[in-house]
Design a binder for this molecule. Sequence first.
Ligand code: SF4
Length: 381
Amino acid sequence: MRAPQAERFSELFEQYDWAATKASIYAKTAADVERALASEKPNLEDFKALISPAAAPYLEQMAQKSQALTLKRFGRTLQLYAPLYLSNECQNICTYCGFSLDNPMRRRTLSGSEILMEATALKEMGYEHILLVTGEANKTVGIDYFERAFKALQPHFAQLSMEVQPLKQEEYERLLPLGLHAVLVYQETYHKEDYKKHHPKGRKSNFTYRLDTPDRLGRAGVHKMGLGVLIGLEDWRTDSFFTALHLDYLERKYWKSKYSISFPRLRPFSGGLDPKVPMNDRELVQLICAYRIYNEEVELSLSTRESEHFRNHVIKLGITSLSAGSKTNPGGYVVEPQSLEQFEISDERSPAEIVEMIEAQGYEAVWKDWDKAYSGLLSKV
Ligand code: SF4
């Protein structure tokens, strides 16, 4: 008999032990990796093998399989999006972020006309899909502010996604008719104790509320959710396993929604934190390929945190969306380019240069998330 499905992910998560999970990943052998690579439908144990140290000698095979699966499902396309930072006000202390409450800096929230100035600049670059980003300051950038921003931007863009504080289910429901397409909510780390160390103050310190945010998104009927951890805070292999577990749970429960995964590695910022557990480039390639082999459908996104060289070399291996020309400060495109960034970006090429690089590799740059149009077409068949 199948166990009853958990009401929310935190119930399932509580059944796992971090140390035991980590040990089981590090115990995987070459035979486990070969079995995972040969599997038609890899499971979570196969995913553990693919992210384990035992998979390092199989990187070439993993890359070939990942590339073939990505081509089959997504073709030779890469979606482009850009973040639009609306505010750097934040009531949280997060040890790894330039907008943390304890970082003395000038705070700024864009007005309606400033939002439109930034949006116009992004539109002129060709963008149809933008990601609205804020810190967490409910009094100034709460649901009413988001509603105004969505109303102002909806006529100008095909897709509006957001990466802001976790909201209530009914708040997501308010934004859906205004064009809300996707919500990114990264858990940062699934290591509960370390999570507390990195989030000592503010609403973000509530680990479980954040952990259950994708459940609220699923219940609200949000079209797409983005998951991920901040690589460098804790053991990336164990954190990635829990991300895959979360994805598996959500796909079963909210099967109408789509999913994407990002792999942000800690980047420098003023007063910044060094990674506790660094990840090298080969390991990031291994992780990207492991996700693709495990899950043919999930979108994999790579931001401008990564270097020009790295992005040029991995776009064919499993990635499906890229940001380009990003500014990580409110007003960064035209209103106030000199304000303090959330973190330094690494790949500083313009969107036009990124398109050139994509086309040179025989791929097509797609300016909006084609997934919605594709779903619409399918529903008419
Ligand atoms: S990560 Fe988000 S919540 Fe934390 S300090 Fe930065 S902006 Fe605020």
